[in-house]
Design a protein around this ligand. Structure first.
Ligand SMILES: [Zn+2]
Length: 430
């Protein structure tokens, strides 16, 4: 077989790997996009899209799924395999990204019909079951990253290939973590393609971090301030709700933005790997106040409260309405919940203490904290996977240059396998 990396190789974004089998069949693992300053980046050099025999979609995040409407536009005909949760969630994300692209005049090369075509071509798979398509056998395994997320195990040309996509082997409130199960132990994995997002560092202890996060909320409330928690609609929003559900805060918790729609989809779609389903459902329907209008926002802001809302990097969404009210309050706190990209409001706030609101550069007086509640495995998690699976070939991708090369160097010296840190456009014969 031949592997070709069309994206997410020594970079994060536009995940897309082609497997060409000995019989000449072509399959794609993910079709993602990359957010660039001047628009969107798509997988590079994917030729004859109408002749692709199938797509395996690992999860709903746009850097894995966002290129599908464009590929439909270019007459993709093969089925798109994914789990039910991934389908339900990517529908919301794709529609939203299309709207944003139009508002910002990013000119996506596709239209709304293409998003509908993606849905028509989708074929659902259950976790932990073997399926057959053309000359490949495959199984989706729980990846523990976000609801619906899967690792994809393929048997092709007499070899086993495991594509981890994004995975998490550490316990979170929302997801059952990834574990090496029976199916991965019964036969050796010949080719491992793994993510490397945190390839160069270890993440903080999860339980300790949660305690620190909750203590910090109590401290601010005790000092008379409010707490603003900007969240990513998928994953972090639900994780935050479950963490807060374990406590009885003396103020109301308000839930706003796209995360409402997302949470509803998540609690109403069946998934055996959603660990926090009951707590999330109860919190969402019974304990938080939903907010959906400017009037409700300004009413909510009249009193002390905990405000959870999108977007996670303060680049848009209702979070800016809350910020307009709270920025000058030195007793209030903004709690960032994950990585902040360069040149976003979130990053500016973290590094230099300012944000842009209505075009004005505004110095924010609130306390600012950042918590790394990541949905990814860290350096140790990826290394453990390689050590336990003992593949013949390991490809480190979905990480910046520093991350993939740190892992390749580690594997060269510590693991008995051939290690690669591919660049976009690289092809390998296995
Ligand atoms: Zn992801």
């Amino acid at each position: 077989m031949e592997l070709e990396f069309h994206g997410a190789a020594s970079e994060v974004g536009r995940s897309c790997i082609q497997i060409r089998t000995d019989k000449g069949k072509r399959y794609l693992l993910d079709v993602g996009i990359k957010f660039l300053e001047d628009g969107l980046g798509f997988p590079k050099n994917v030729l004859d899209i109408d002749k692709i025999d199938g797509v395996f979609l690992s999860h709903a995040h746009l850097d894995h799924s966002g290129g599908l409407p464009l590929f439909e536009h270019k007459e993709l005909k093969g089925p798109i395999f994914c789990t039910r949760h991934t389908f339900a969630i990517s529908k919301i994300l794709l529609k939203d990204s299309y709207k944003i692209a139009r508002i910002r005049h990013l000119h996506p090369a596709y239209n709304n019909t293409d998003i509908k075509e993606v849905q028509k071509d989708t074929s659902f798979v259950d976790f932990d079951k073997w399926y057959k398509h053309e000359d490949v056998r495959f199984m989706f395994l729980n990846a523990g990253h976000i609801p619906g997320s899967a690792m994809i195990l393929l048997e092709v040309d007499g070899k086993r290939v495991l594509y981890t996509a994004d995975f998490n082997n550490r316990k979170t409130n929302l997801m059952v973590p990834f574990k090496i199960g029976k199916v991965l132990r019964e036969k050796p994995v010949d080719v491992l393609i793994t993510e490397s997002t945190y390839g160069y560092r270890e993440l903080p202890d999860r339980e300790g971090l949660e305690k620190k996060f909750i203590a910090s909320i109590y401290k601010t409330l005790g000092e008379g301030g409010s707490v603003l928690i900007p969240v990513f609609a998928l994953g972090r929003a639900q994780e935050t709700l479950i963490m807060l559900s374990k406590h009885d805060f003396p103020v109301k918790i308000y839930f706003d933005g796209m995360s409402k729609k997302m949470t509803k989809k998540i609690v109403t779609t069946k998934n055996k790997y959603l660990a926090g389903h009951d707590a999330l459902k109860q919190m969402f329907y019974e304990k938080v106040e939903w907010v959906a209008s400017e009037k409700r926002r300004s009413d909510a802001l009249k009193k002390q409260g905990i405000f959870i809302t999108t977007s996670g990097m303060l680049q848009g969404g209702p979070v800016l309405s809350y910020l307009k009210d709270l920025w000058h309050d030195s007793s209030s706190k903004i709690m960032l919940m994950g990585f902040q990209c360069k040149r976003t409001n979130g990053r500016n706030l973290l590094d230099e203490g300012f944000v842009y609101m209505d075009g004005w550069k505004t110095k924010v007086k609130c306390h600012v904290e950042k918590y790394d509640f990541s949905g990814h495995a860290d350096k140790e998690g990826v290394q453990t996977l390689v050590k336990e699976l003992k593949p013949t070939h390991v490809f480190f991708q979905h990480g910046d240059f520093e991350s993939v090369n740190a892992l390749k160097e580690w594997a060269d010296n510590n693991a008995d396998c051939k290690a690669y840190a591919p660049a976009v456009g690289d092809k390998y014969n296995i």
